[in-house]
Design a protein around this ligand. Structure first.
Ligand code: NOJ
Length: 482
């Protein structure tokens, strides 16, 4: 199957409020069908205060009104099915929103059942419970005013859920089953690698800022497999469900447990070669520009990923997602951006072993967006980094350039449907800046042009599906020749 990732806020706005929505996706199903897409992963559309654009869920059972209604979701599932397209939803199970009723109850009553669904701890002598650093920068603990702190390894409005609590786990499984029963074909599992924490919550060796990263304390922490296997048995095994895990940091030796024959998931994203530039979660100082890593280094990572994963199971191959700058900017010097480089990257990963994921706009050859001021940013992690960069001595102008290059907002600008107002994305005011490249890089223009990046992607998709080539391309083994 060929998968396509939709960032719903930015895909297509059907009601003119400036934010993409489910009806927008319904209206554009023909586009996806024409491209040859079998599976669509939609980033979170559940009810949310949108502090992290939907990765902070306040009601797992409701579609957020910005995106539409539960009926719209039913209609999307039905219409997609008519076109042979399956829908997979994002599952955010490591944390919820601080506006979720569970957390609100836990705030009001430290002794209630829901208080056990989170990690509340008291700080000693005005100290935080430990020195863990949140993925978005700053300490991973937030005080609630009564002497307690809660753990949030992402934003402050994303309290971590306590998977050690069986009642909480049951509630999460019931929710997964609810969406499965509605006809959702599978799930992408957000930040799933973090659900098991070191139970002692002990501090680690401090780095320069006095805090420590999360690698040793809650990334693939021993015992996580018990939770993941239980979840599989209680949920995914009920249907022929496709699961793809966001699980950076799993060593290849352990891939079999995750995606082997009896693994927790159907496949997972490998972050090694897509984060060769250091990744969105690292501090801005670690970012490597094109030229600071070498092509042989990249090749070796890619081949290692391929050969290790094929020993045990199946992978998802991809270059872009909503957390990265655009692939062209990650991998190609600016002066070489264009048809040749965009199609080279497409060929490179489409002929690998694994299920290819296309991230919206990648098939048009979109590159990063030029950013002129911090007001243009929306992403919580970009804004955090923007402040950190200034604390380190950059002027505001320099800070915009430094974080703009790697900002997640680069991938989140509205999808350019045509060269009309707002790139045809909305009749209202778009929630995020439109990439000015839309005058030439847009779906309408590329559909007309047999030599466009879009036309090339269509050929690649067709090649993976053509019975003459789909055998080796789909199920063959890969042997590096270099
Ligand atoms: C990974 C998601 O892809 C990212 O967008 C989000 O901010 C974090 N997980 C937290 O849910």
């Amino acid at each position: 199957a060929i998968a396509y990732q939709i960032y719903p806020r930015s895909f297509y706005d059907a009601n003119g409020d400036g934010v993409g929505d489910l009806r927008g996706i319904i209206e554009k199903l023909d586009y996806l069908q024409e491209l040859g897409i079998d599976v669509v992963w939609i980033c979170p559309v559940y009810k949310s205060p949108m502090d992290d654009n939907g990765y902070d869920i306040s009601d797992y059972y409701q579609i957020d009104p910005q995106f539409g209604t539960n009926e719209d979701m039913d209609e999307l599932l039905a219409k997609a099915k008519e076109k042979g397209i399956k829908i997979i939803m994002d599952l955010v199970l490591n944390h919820c929103s601080d506006e979720h009723p569970w957390f609100q109850k836990a705030l009001a009553d430290p002794d209630c059942e829901e208080a056990e669904y989170f990690y509340f701890r008291r700080g000693e002598n005005g100290q935080l419970p430990n020195n863990w650093r949140s993925m978005f920068g700053g300490p991973a603990w937030e005080p609630v005013g009564d002497g307690r702190y809660y753990l949030h390894i992402f934003g402050k409005k994303q309290p971590d859920l306590n998977w050690e609590n069986p009642k909480l786990r049951r509630k999460l499984y019931d929710m997964i089953n609810y969406w499965q029963d509605k006809g959702v074909a599978g799930f992408r599992l957000d930040a799933i690698i973090h659900i098991k924490k070191d139970p002692t919550l002990a501090s680690r060796e401090p780095e320069a800022d006095g805090m420590c990263g999360l690698l040793e304390c809650c990334k693939n922490y021993p015992g996580i497999g018990d939770f993941l296997m239980e979840m599989r048995h209680e949920t995914f095994d009920r249907t022929d469900c496709m699961t793809v895990a966001e699980a950076p940091g799993v060593p290849y030796e352990q891939y079999g447990e995750y995606v082997g024959e009896n693994g927790y998931f159907s496949m997972m994203f490998d972050f090694t070669y897509t984060e060769i530039y250091a990744g969105w979660a690292s501090t801005w100082k670690d970012y490597k520009k094109v030229g600071e890593w070498t092509v042989p280094e990249f090749r070796d990572m890619l081949f290692r990923s391929q050969t290790e994963i094929q020993k045990v199971g199946w992978g998802a191959v991809y270059l872009e997602n909503h957390d990265y700058p655009r692939a062209l900017d990650k991998y190609i010097p600016k002066e070489d951006h264009g048809y040749a480089s965009a199609t080279m990257l497409a060929t490179l990963y489409f002929l690998l072993r694994g299920t290819p994921f296309i991230y919206q706009g990648q098939e048009l050859g979109m590159a990063n967006c030029p950013w002129n001021s911090a007001e243009e940013f929306n992403d919580i992690s970009t804004l955090n980094q923007y402040n950190l960069v200034q604390q380190a001595g950059c002027t505001p102008k320099e800070a915009v350039q430094v974080v703009g290059e790697y900002s997640r907002d680069n991938a989140r600008t509205p999808f350019p449907w045509d060269d009309g107002p707002n790139a045809g994305f909305t009749t209202g005011k778009p929630w995020l800046k439109v990439n000015p490249s839309y005058t030439t890089v847009n779906a309408a223009a590329e559909r007309q042009d047999p030599h466009s990046v879009l036309a090339y992607y269509k050929k690649l998709v067709a090649l993976r599906k053509d019975p003459a080539t789909s055998g080796p391309l789909g199920y063959g083994t890969i042997t590096p020749c270099l």
